[in-house]
Each structure stands twice: as C-alpha cells, then as structure tokens.
Design a protein around this ligand. Structure first.
Ligand code: NAP
Length: 548
C-alpha cells in the first residue's frame, strides 16, 4: 500500500510519469504525448540534457561520432540541425538536446528542479505515486525511469577523511559558471574517459598540474576534425542508410568493424593495419580485428602495440612506464579516445602520481596526502566516476509489490527482464536499464529502441483493456541466465570497472550488462513484442489475465 503523504493529497494524476530529462526521458515524453497520453516529466536539474547537463567539465566531449550520436525520430531535427565536427564537445551536444526540446516543445511537460524521493506502487489502485523533494505528490498508471546509467557520481573514500580549503569539483557536477585554472596548482584524480579529457585542457592553463592515476587507461588518438558544409550535406543524404546500418550493428552505431580475426593475418600485416588505424584515429583501431574481446593472446599483442605508442610519445621513461596499462585486457575497460593526453605529460609543469605506489589517504586543508607526503593544491578535480548502471534507481526508494524496494531486490546485483522491466514492479519501465546493452552500445540508439518498445507495450495494454504488466519470475531468470552466459564469453568481465561494480565499495560484483550486441538485443525485444509478450503477466482491472 502506498502511504499517504503528510498532507494526504495528490497534486496531480497523469497517465505516465517519466523521471529524467536526458536523452531517453525526453524522447519518452515526446512519444507518450504523441500517443495521446497525459505525461509529466520530472527532472532534478533546472533544464534538459541529463548527463550532458551535469558534465560541463573542461574538455568534455563525446567520443562517439556525431553522425549517430543523435536522435533519429524527428525529420524536422534531421533537416534543421548540422553537427560542426566529427566528435562534438559538450556545449554543442547540450545545445543539440535543447534544440530538440525546443523544436518539439518538450519542456512544457516537465517539472524541473524537482527530485523524486520515493516512487511506490499502490497495488489496489494500480497506480504509481511519486513523492518529490518540493513536497508535491503525483500519480500515474505508468512509471518510466529514465534516470541514466551514469548519474550518481562516486564520492571517493578519501573525501570523507579530510577537508580541503581550495576549490573542489566533481567532473559530473561541474558548475555552470566559468572555472579558471590560470596560475593555479591543480590536481586531477582519475584517468578514465573523463580524466583523460580534462588533463590536456587544464594543462594548458594551470601553473602546476598533478595527475593522480591508479589504473591507467588505454587511450587512442581521437584526431577530431571539423565538418565542411559539403560533408554535412553528404551525411544528410546518407542518413537512412547509416541508421539502418547502426540498428543492425553490435554497437548501435556506424563504427568501423571487422570480421578478420587477429591471427588470421601475417604478423607484418597486423602491425601495418594497427599503424594505419592509429594514424586514422577515432574508432578505427577498435574495429581492426574481430576477436579482441574473445582471444586473450591477440588482445595482449594489441595492448603491447599501444604500450609501444605511449613509449614513443612520452619523453620521460619512468612516466611512460607508469602510463602503460598492464594487468587487464585492452578494451575490457571502456576504450578511450583522447586529444594530446600523453603529450601533456611532456610539459614541464605536469607530473604523474602513481596511486598504486602512493595511495591517496586523505584531503588536507592545503592539498592531498599521498603515500607519506602532502601535495599542495589550489584546486582539486575529482574525475572518479560513477555508481554506474544501478546507482540512480538505488539512490531513492522505488517500492514495488509487498513493499519491496529496488534497493532490496538488487542487493545481490541488478536483475530484470530485457533490461526493461522487473517482476513485482508492474508498469514500471526502465530506459537503458542495467541488464540491457547499456554502456556497451550507442546510448541514443538504445534509448530510442527502449522508448519505442515501452510505447508499444503501453499501446498493447491500452488496446486490449489491460491495466498492468510485469515479467514472470521465469522470464526474468531466463533473461538473466542469457546475460550471464554471454558475459562468460567476453574479456569485458576481466577488468575492475564500473561495468562490473568493482569501483564502488560494498557493491555486488559481476557483469550484468547484455554483451550480445545491440542488434541481437533489439531482435530479442522485438520478438517478445511480436509474439504478444511471452513471459509477461498482464492484469485487467487488478485481475490476472490468463490469455493476453
Ligand atoms: P571511470 O571510468 O570509472 O574512471 C574513474 C577514475 O577514477 C579511474 O581512473 C579510477 O581508478 C579513479 N579513481 C577512483 N577512485 C580513486 C581513488 N580513491 N584513488 C585514485 N583513483 C581513483 O569514470 P569516468 O572517467 O567518469 O568514466 C565513466 C564513464 O563515463 C565512461 O566509461 C564512459 O562510459 C562515460 N564517459 C563517456 C565519455 C564520452 O566521450 N562519451 C566521456 C567521459 C565519460 P581505478 O580505475 O583504479 O578505480
């Protein structure tokens, strides 16, 4: 039962409430509105953009190509928007998302600056009740959680151990006001996809830059370039074909890929293919061989090639050695693309601290204590990542049947059917949920596919007079068995990452993302819908439906 709020009132009731105004949430609001449903979007930030709203850190840029890091649902947006470069920077991506929101008047259905504190299912009335931090309470038949896989920043343990009097920033909560590094002693903790973007930009202005690295990343040159008007026009002409290709690809995007196993070509040719890919930049390197996430020996040879490149760029041999990743397969952590990351370490005022040798103990008034020394800083930037995949839905109470919360349900790891729905949480849908391809494919492609599936499922219910749907325990277990089986066949589980939950103390370990590729995932979802949702239990006015 839903507990009455203090005032015992509901401020407004809708067909659907969508939590989040990021890429998925915005399209969900659009789609439900097009279907004629009443819908309320609730967003903690004061505007649209989701991850691109919060991540305004220096150097923030998408390392997926703009040609497919965008929506496909709107011919108007396709016609009126052109990207300026191959890999867009955060301001342009945020501008794009705002452009889409304006073009389709999406903001009018949103309540901004409002955080959902509790979402609970009232079994008797078959409605979800949303309690918010403004005291307002809303109800809806359908709850869509578009809360994002990367929306809860990780707070490292050392932050709690001390205080710092200088400027302290989290990459994922970057202020809107400009931040100056000029003349300052800046520290950056973390060298994942975010840290490697921050370092070269801050290095240009700071008086001193200290990079605190624990696990080094493998990063490859992005070699970004601007688009000419002719190329932009060409992209528009080829959009339908590119999108068909993206939908049928494992990564949900038009990236280079190969069917050529590493050892199927002679050694000299392997090297020359890697050299070409390195020169080309972008994702070419990633798409040079087909089996790098399956064949450990091949993976190690490619990793060694990249280590060699680091050695070629970085002048100081000790720094170069520290920057060379070892002990995990290349691409098992997210592949990074950088712009002059390794070159930054050749600057005289940039130094690297190896946090395996000198772990960070605590913050001090004037800096940070590592090993047995204190490094004085004026500014500390934490690029320490996120409580990924599950963090957002476990950060507040999402209460299903019998008063069970998602937090309780996922204490042993995320569990769902198709990454979209959970047993005992009727009519609650997740966009980009933790058991779908999530971080392993293009977020725009997954989000649109998820939204379309959810919209079809809701249409199915409404056209059949059904009032609720949720997966059966068998269907959910079947999906999780498939996810676990696929995970065994990939090297992705062999690294300590946010993919496997190992970055957060106390979090359940294991790769729970679907690693079968976007195309296979999409087909599994489509099959479920086209066969009238096997494995889904429906209700009609609270009564279980046996023949939906
Ligand atoms: P991340 O990959 O989880 O990296 C966090 C970094 O912080 C790691 O280097 C980690 O070291 C370090 N760290 C954490 N606690 C530490 C401690 N106590 N001491 C020293 N180092 C510590 O996070 P991220 O870089 O923010 O990237 C997260 C995801 O965001 C990416 O995988 C990607 O999906 C997304 N992203 C995408 C783009 C894009 O271009 N589209 C750009 C940025 C981010 P350990 O690894 O040793 O724990």
């Amino acid at each position: 039962m839903v507990e009455a709020n203090s005032a015992g009132r509901v401020d407004a009731a809708y067909d659907a409430v969508v939590v989040g105004a990021g890429i998925g949430g915005l399209y969900m609001v659009y789609k439900l509105r097009e279907m004629g449903l009443s819908v309320l979007g609730i967003e903690a930030g004061d505007n649209v953009g989701g991850v691109w709203y919060w991540n305004r850190y220096p150097g923030a840029r998408c390392d997926l190509m703009t040609v497919d890091y965008c929506y496909t649902f709107s011919p108007e947006v396709d016609a009126e928007w052109s990207w300026s470069e191959q890999f867009a920077a955060q301001p342009e991506i945020l501008e794009y998302i705002n452009f889409v929101a304006d073009r389709h008047e999406l903001r009018k259905d949103y309540l901004f600056g409002t955080r959902v504190e509790r979402a609970a299912y009232d079994e008797a009335r078959q409605v979800w009740q949303f309690d918010t931090d403004t005291g307002k309470v809303f109800e809806a038949s359908y709850a869509v959680m578009a809360t994002g896989p990367l929306s809860v920043p990780k707070v490292p343990e050392f932050v709690a151990n001390g205080s710092f009097k200088g400027e302290l920033y989290y990459s994922g909560r970057w202020p809107k006001e400009p931040v100056s590094y000029e003349g300052k002693r800046v520290g950056v903790v973390g060298v994942g996809s975010t840290g490697i973007q921050i370092v070269p930009v801050v290095a240009q202005e700071a008086k001193e830059l200290t990079v605190f690295q624990r696990t080094p990343s493998f990063t490859m040159p992005m070699r970004n370039h601007a688009y000419t008007p002719e190329y932009q026009a060409q992209i528009k002409r080829h959009l339908p074909a590119m999108r068909a290709s993206a939908r049928n690809s494992p990564l949900g995007g038009v990236r280079p890929s190969s069917t050529r196993p590493y050892f199927s070509v002679p050694p000299e040719q392997r090297i020359s293919l890697m050299e070409d890919a390195w020169k080309n930049g972008g994702h070419t390197f990633l798409g040079t061989f087909s089996d790098l996430l399956q064949n450990e020996e091949a993976n190690e040879e490619v990793a060694e090639f990249v280590r060699g490149k680091i050695g070629e760029v970085v002048n100081d041999p000790e720094t170069a050695e520290t920057l060379k990743p070892r002990g995990y397969p290349i691409f098992a952590r997210r592949a990074c693309l950088d712009t002059h990351y390794y070159e930054a370490f050749n600057l005289p005022h940039v130094r690297l601290v190896d946090c395996f040798r000198e772990p960070i103990h605590t913050l001090t008034d004037n800096g940070i204590k590592v090993g047995d020394r204190e490094i004085e800083l004026d500014m500390l930037i934490l690029a320490t990542g996120y409580d990924g995949l599950t963090g957002a839905l476990m950060a507040f109470d999402v209460v299903g049947r019998g008063g069970e919360t998602v937090n309780q349900r996922w204490s042993g790891g995320a569990h769902s059917h198709l990454g979209l729905m959970m047993k005992d949480f009727p009519n609650l849908f997740m966009i980009c949920g933790p058991n779908g391809p999530s971080a392993l494919a293009n977020i725009f492609t997954i989000n649109e596919q998820n939204v379309n599936w959810i919209a079809d499922a809701i249409s199915h219910m409404r056209s059949h007079g059904l009032t609720a749907m949720e997966p059966t325990g068998e269907a959910e277990q079947g999906w999780m068995d498939l996810v676990a089986g696929l995970a065994e066949g990939t090297l992705v589980s062999k690294a300590k990452t946010w993919y496997t939950g190992t970055n957060i103390a106390g979090k359940s370990r294991g790769l729970t993302m679907y690693t079968g590729g976007f195309k296979a995932y999409r087909e599994a979802c489509e099959e479920a819908a086209s066969q009238d949702y096997p494995g889904i239990a429906f209700e009609r006015a609270g009564v279980p439906e046996t023949t939906a």
